[in-house]
Design a protein around this ligand. Structure first.
Ligand code: SF4
Length: 188
């Protein structure tokens, strides 16, 4: 569901301003650790494709991070294939769809994984501190945490969206839909 193309130079700003928490968390972990495990690569990679990052840029993006810690040959051999695969350029040539909130919320990240939904998978303490880093008021943070306690993760995400953007959301059921709504809200 892409509207136009997104270039590599735009990614950090978009991640900061328009990615939902699940994707921000993956993106900035990748930037800091120069690695993501399989579940994270899939969740973030398909999302980035959905916002309009082209295959060549996607390969350059992942390669530039991963090769901080490994050779280009190793990257191309072990990781390049699955990126092209997600774009339908390998194997069965299916153009894979970015994950919905439901799929992400019901995933089961293990130790060392960064995929999943922060509202569902972070500890309360960790989630609270991430929300506070986003400059949300303590009243908003409390409202989000209450929705989380009631297991309304997507409502918690919508409340965060509304506080950050200062406008109502249409409800959140897909990270790419969060992104589109954010771009609309910020571009007016
Ligand atoms: Fe991501 Fe959806 Fe969770 Fe929001 S509710 S953080 S968009 S998975």
């Amino acid at each position: 569901p892409s509207k136009g193309f997104v270039g590599l130079q735009d990614l950090d700003n978009l991640a900061k301003n328009s990615f939902p928490l699940c994707m921000r968390h993956l993106f900035f972990n990748l930037r800091h650790e120069h690695h993501l495990k399989f579940g994270g690569r899939q969740q973030l990679g398909l999302f980035l494709k959905g916002i309009g990052l082209k295959l060549e840029d996607a390969l350059n993006f992942w390669r530039s991070e991963f090769t901080v810690k490994m050779t280009t040959e190793k990257f191309d051999k072990e990781y390049g294939y699955s990126i092209r695969h997600n774009f339908g350029k390998e194997g069965k040539r299916v153009d894979y769809t970015p994950y919905s909130c439901m799929k992400i919320i019901t995933s089961t990240p293990g130790v060392g994984d960064h995929h999943g939904c922060p509202y569902r998978h972070f500890s309360q303490e960790n989630l609270r501190s991430v929300l506070e880093d986003q400059q949300l008021s303590s009243r908003t943070v409390d409202a989000v945490m209450e929705k989380v306690r009631n297991r309304h993760y997507q409502l918690a995400c919508a409340t965060t969206f509304e506080a950050i953007h200062g406008c109502p959301s249409d409800g959140i059921n897909h990270p790419n839909q969060y992104f589109e709504q954010s771009r609309r809200a910020l571009q007016g």
